[in-house]
Design a protein around this ligand. Structure first.
Ligand code: NZQ
Ligand code: ZN
Length: 381
């Protein structure tokens, strides 16, 4: 077990009707900027609930934070926030709206350009407090300090870390309107977040292992129920809680982490706009295939405990476990091969070039560089 420091200050407010709590959770003397995405929340009643709850507050609205939030859009929000002298940010939407708002929070108190902060996070100074109404279970952004920001002009997408939301409101009823494809992507994202923190080495922490396996097993169990009926409160609440628990630090205490699948997936999104969860469903089985010698013991443990793969020699069980993982993503309705999304050699060469240029060393062994990323992408063809 490695040394670790754990602190997660986000207050989680979960359940039916909880958006009304905004009225009391945000101090009345704050000047708020409420950030939104493209407008889906005007059709499902969320916007009305937020407006009603904020009736006693002073606020401005910023609309238009897109999926894979771009710094180009966020600059406009920063300009509005500075002009209006806001001192509290409320993100209402999915991970993209909240991630974008985390960068706005730092950029509001920064003299230079917001993209500088992404490239030089050490320049982050004072932060405007952020809270959220999370409407899309997937990223865990509602209870972590991460954000992923895109730059349209340079076709880049990088992680950025600022602060945890002060509080996040999760009402599973607001998820009923999420399009099926986004739900599939959210389930895949949740599943892969756990794998990134679990599918590394055995014997570091049996407690973390079982906690991670509990989230994986739950996602496998609920996924078909959700695909059958996405307005079932019981299953949608389990899904929502799984997404939060998968990336709020609780399963990562003292254990190695990988994240190379995410880093490769971000490049597919930056270059082709592939939805985040979809990119992971393509890369993850290929990562397992290419790194199966290094991850050997953990893949066997995962296969046995999550997929009940017990018979055959070790090699047969490894192959079966990777097949089960890919089949799970397919059962969600997602593609698992680059060819299905019309990506081929040109993109592989570009990602290899970028990773070599940046001298990256991803993964728990620090060995995923441009060459290994190429091998993973070739295995995903
Ligand atoms: O923009 P609107 O109109 O609101 O529509 C959104 C968007 O089109 C829609 N949506 C959200 N809630 C809805 C809804 N539609 C109907 N009903 C609702 N209740 O869903 C679409 C996708 O939303 P988005 O926020 O992009 O999805 P997600 O939450 O999956 O966020 C993806 C972004 O988060 C990053 C990804 O890279 C990507 O940029 N990630 C953030 C992480 C973090 N902060 O820790 C970790 C993740 O690994 C991930 O990288
Ligand atoms: Zn993710």
């Amino acid at each position: 077990m490695n040394n670790f420091v754990f602190q997660n200050p986000t207050k989680l407010i979960f359940g039916k009707g909880t958006i009304a709590r905004l009225a009391t959770e945000i101090p009345a003397d704050r000047k708020i900027m409420v950030t939104f995405g493209g407008g889906s929340l005007k059709k499902n009643g969320v916007y009305e609930q937020v407006v009603k709850a904020l009736a006693g507050h002073t606020y401005v609205e910023f609309w238009g934070i897109e999926p894979n939030p771009t710094v180009e859009t966020l600059r406009k929000a920063v300009a509005l926030g500075k002009e209006q002298q806001v001192d509290f940010l409320l993100a209402v939407g999915g991970g993209s709206v909240l991630d974008g708002t985390k960068l706005i929070s730092a950029a509001l108190r920064y003299e230079g350009d917001a993209w500088d902060l992404v490239l030089h996070p050490e320049r982050t100074g004072e932060l405007v407090p952020v809270a959220s109404v999370m409407t899309m279970p997937a990223t865990g952004s509602e209870m972590n300090s991460g954000a992923v920001i895109s730059n349209k002009a340079t076709a880049e997408k990088f992680a950025y870390y600022s602060d945890f939301p002060k509080f996040s409101i999760l009402d599973p009823e607001v998820t009923y309107s999420i399009p099926d494809f986004q739900i599939a992507c959210g389930l895949a994202d949740t599943f892969v977040h756990v794998l990134e923190q679990y599918l590394t080495r055995t014997g570091e922490s049996p407690l973390m292992d079982r906690w991670a396996e509990g989230v994986l097993q739950t996602v496998v169990e609920i996924a078909p129920k959700i695909r059958e009926n996405k307005t079932d409160y019981y299953y949608m609440s389990q899904y929502m809680l799984c997404a939060t628990m998968a990336l709020n630090g609780f399963i990562a205490m003292g254990v190695s982490q990988d994240w190379c699948t995410h880093m490769i997936g971000h490049e597919l999104t930056a270059l082709h706009g592939i939805t985040h969860g979809q990119s992971l469903a393509i890369v993850m089985p290929a990562t397992m295939t290419v790194l199966q010698a290094q991850k050997h013991d953990k893949i066997l443990q995962y296969g046995e405990r999550v997929w009940n793969v017990m018979s055959g020699d070790e090699n047969a069980r490894l192959v079966k476990t990777i097949e089960k993982t890919e089949a799970f993503f397919r059962s969600l309705g997602l593609a698992t091969r680059l060819g299905e999304v019309n990506i081929g050699e040109d993109t592989i060469a570009e990602i290899e070039r970028r990773f070599n240029e940046r001298k990256v060393a991803f993964g728990e062994a620090g060995n995923v560089n441009g060459t290994v990323a190429r091998a993973i992408l070739e295995a995903a063809l």
